[in-house]
Write a protein that binds this ligand. Structure first.
Ligand SMILES: Nc1ncnc2c1ncn2[C@@H]1O[C@H](COP(=O)(O)OP(=O)(O)OP(=O)(O)O)[C@@H](O)[C@H]1O
Length: 254
């Protein structure tokens, strides 16, 4: 599904990603972790072809992401960025409907089927009561759910999520991640996410990638990556790692 080789990204004269290799299999959930500034968001942006890079970002079947036209890219991958821009004056329903843009014919309008898909995702993200409200009136967490609804409405097989739960309360965090996991199984989605909450990250990911200063410092199962020594080295964090039902639990200690 994704095959990244020797990925290097320069931004403002600085090397932000430096020789990243990463493979993601169809249906897999891979979560990228790492300290602030490690290059997580940049890696996600490179996967969508949104930043210039050297090396290779190959998509199944061996197609370089930058070779795809915008519309084709949007049918293959849907992204939730950290702070997506919202066109002014849009209601939640109008915003979620933007996810159907790659399917609307040039100069055409959204079909009844497109409207139905948007409403389905609005319901899935618990946004029905907000559907006719302007996006600007939503709380941070409500808006984050609308961003995800828009991405899901794209019905792309690859979902790229940059800190998708950072504004959510603990209940909505679990709801949203459970939903993504269910969709992964039902629709065969492949998920690449970045997350700062390491315990939650480990509970949902099949594999994790620890980025540090633009390089892959570790890759493997959550139990292989979430170790006290790796987290001490790369986050300079004092933590205890406890066994959990669905993955290691990382507890900061003073
Ligand atoms: N346009 C730019 N010009 C110069 N440096 C940049 C630019 N964009 C990003 N960077 C730098 O690249 C590095 C990686 O940024 P990135 O946003 O990918 O990190 P991150 O791991 O997602 O961090 P965080 O956890 O804080 O969100 C940072 O040091 C950032 O300052």
């Amino acid at each position: 599904m994704i095959r990244v080789r020797g990925l290097r990204v320069l931004l403002g004269g600085a090397t932000v990603l430096d020789g990243v290799d990463l493979s993601v299999a169809p249906g897999e959930w891979v979560t990228v972790i790492g300290p602030n500034g490690a290059g997580k968001s940049t890696l996600l942006r490179a996967l969508t072809g949104a930043v210039p890079y050297t090396g290779s970002v190959g998509l199944d079947p061996g197609v370089e992401v930058t070779a795809l036209r915008r519309r084709e890219r949007a049918r293959r991958m849907a992204t939730v960025a950290q702070s997506p821009a919202v066109p002014p004056g849009m209601t939640v329903r109008e915003y979620v409907l933007l996810g159907r843009t790659p399917y609307v014919p040039p100069l055409g309008r959204e079909s009844a089927a497109d409207l139905a898909v948007a409403d389905e995702e609005i319901a899935a993200l618990d946004l029905v009561t907000f559907a006719d409200r302007p996006m600007t009136t939503l709380s941070g967490g409500e808006r984050q759910r609308a961003f995800l609804a828009r991405a899901l409405a794209q019905r792309a097989p690859l979902l790229l999520l940059d800190e998708p739960t950072s504004a959510l309360d603990i209940g909505h965090q679990q709801d949203v991640l459970d939903l993504v996991d269910r969709l992964r199984r039902d629709r065969g989605l492949t998920v690449v996410a970045t997350m700062h909450d390491l315990s939650i990250a480990g509970e949902y990911a099949d594999r994790m990638v620890l980025l540090a200063a633009g390089r892959v410092a570790a890759v493997g199962t959550p139990a292989e990556v979430l170790t006290e020594s790796l987290l001490a080295t790369h986050y300079r964090a004092r933590v205890r790692v406890l066994p959990g039902e669905h993955g290691p639990l990382v507890v900061p200690v003073r």
